[in-house]
Design a protein around this ligand. Structure first.
Ligand code: SF4
Length: 472
């Protein structure tokens, strides 16, 4: 099975998905388990961080959150959307894509990502305080042709997942739909403020079946609208209702700060998201990026410890809330630390500059002048490749936030330039804002890491290898 061809694999995955969608409720779990069996056979020989046996058990146990989560998906999501997601995200990106990018990494001796994040535009219909979109000015766009070129080249490398941020990507919603239509074997996710979602767009999303949304929220109405503008919370609730009624897949995207951390993780907020139909909540640690960015919004070490535990509690597929949560700063151990610089992803801004990460605005390559392979070989990305993981303690993954001396050095050594066209920020200014945070967080992170990875207990976490830690 592991040598099954790509097209035969897609056909088999499609047939297995049809069986799940058509099976009666009482036989549903059995047919879902067959999908897991298919995946195990297809990925035979590949190292995957998934316990297939445990997954099968939890799928079949009606008391487990995973069982309820999957049943809700099947009952509530449009069948065409669900099948397309199983094929494009499940088969193409997770299975075929994973295998292909691993081969490409060997072939090209550089990072090859699993997903690419693009800004279709820097324009936005809102003006939120502190939004990074403002950093680029507000009149830059990637043409449809340019985005198409990125996806076309990306697929040759095995990249089947593309995300959009900005700016407000839905300012370009017609072009996004065209891209989804053309690349109907890929999965696309757009971050959005949600205010441009309407009935017509929902119909388009339903037709293409391969576009998902992550709608930004900061908390409940008062806090959310203070930063985003009056009435925005209400518009987001309306957008979620429209998306749910149309059987579409969406979730929320939350930037947590010292000010809103408790609100955006409390039961009332999370339960509301589940009730509204969110399938996932993507939590982003506030980053002090930009010349004017405030350091007061950085969470305290105690808040960060709380966040790590709370996000895992909500996500727990045995007894959690039934929404898939991710906290990109605290979940490093599940992905081997920093994922940027093309290791798992990179970011293309609306000027075409290829940056290691949406928060790291430095680059030496642009999609208008460089191919994807040239971008991945640019000095800053190779510095990421050669230095990852930046810390063996994956609770301190970032070359900026927790290891600021590293980013400063890499930018200097590689000659990467600031991509912020409005107010270029030097790496030393950016990293200077993180030193105090990194110093305070370190003892907490090191204690947690050695407690949770006892095999490393007698070692300095920086001497404890990734493999050991994961196996423990
Ligand atoms: S550079 Fe920092 S913020 Fe970006 S992916 Fe790496 S760890 Fe996360």
């Amino acid at each position: 099975m592991s040598s099954i061809s790509h097209s035969a694999g897609r056909l088999a995955a499609g047939a297995a998905s049809d069986i799940v969608l058509k099976s009666l409720k009482k036989d549903r779990e059995k047919s879902i388990v067959k999908l897991v069996d298919f995946m195990e056979k297809y990925m035979d020989g590949e190292q995957i961080d998934l316990n297939y046996e445990k997954a099968r058990e939890m799928i079949c146990d009606k008391d487990k959150t995973l069982n309820r989560y999957i049943n809700r998906l099947i009952d509530e999501v449009d069948p065409h959307v669900l099948k397309t997601m199983a094929l494009n995200l499940g088969f193409e990106a997770f299975m075929h894509g994973t295998k292909t990018i691993r081969k490409m990494r060997e072939k090209y001796q550089c990072n090859v990502p699993w997903l690419i994040l693009m800004d279709p535009t820097s324009a936005c219909n809102l003006h939120c305080t502190g939004c990074w979109a403002a950093e680029y000015g507000n009149r830059l766009n990637l043409t449809l042709d340019e985005m198409d070129k990125v996806v076309t080249q990306g697929k040759e490398l095995g990249v089947y997942l593309y995300m959009f941020t900005g700016g407000e990507p839905l300012v370009r919603k017609k072009d996004l739909i065209k891209l989804c239509e053309k690349h109907n074997d890929c999965a696309f996710l757009s971050f959005t403020n949600g205010t441009l979602v309407d009935e017509e767009f929902c119909k388009d999303m339903k037709r293409v079946g391969n576009l998902y949304l992550a709608i930004s929220l900061e908390g409940f109405e008062a806090v959310n609208d203070l930063r985003r503008g009056n009435g925005v919370f209400g518009k987001v609730m309306h957008a979620m209702d429209l998306l749910r009624e149309n059987g579409l897949v969406f979730g929320t995207s939350i930037c947590y700060t010292s000010k809103n951390i408790e609100t955006v993780t409390n039961d009332e907020f999370v339960d509301l998201m589940v009730e509204k139909g969110c399938r996932y909540a993507l939590y982003f640690h506030y980053m002090p990026v930009g010349n004017d960015a405030s350091v007061e919004l950085l969470p305290t070490p105690e808040q960060r410890v709380y966040m790590k535990d709370r996000v895992r509690e909500i996500r727990n597929m045995s007894h959690g809330k039934g929404i898939f949560t991710m906290d990109f700063q605290n979940d490093g151990e599940f992905v081997g630390g920093c994922i940027a610089g093309g290791r798992n992803y990179f970011h293309i801004n609306a000027n075409g500059d290829a940056e290691p990460c949406v928060f790291i605005h430095y680059s030496g390559a642009n999609i208008r002048t460089h191919s994807l392979i040239e971008i991945l070989h640019q000095p800053l990305f190779m510095a990421y490749h050669n230095n990852q993981p930046f810390n063996e303690n994956h609770l301190r993954p970032c070359p900026m936030l927790e290891n600021p001396e590293i980013l400063e050095r890499m930018v200097k050594e590689t000659g990467a330039k600031s991509t912020d066209l409005q107010s270029p920020e030097s790496a030393s200014h950016l990293c200077g804002k993180c030193h105090e945070y990194a110093k305070k967080w370190r003892p907490y992170a090191d204690r947690l890491w050695s407690e949770e990875h006892p095999g490393c207990a007698n070692k300095n976490p920086s001497e404890c290898s990734d493999k050991q830690a994961v196996n423990d």
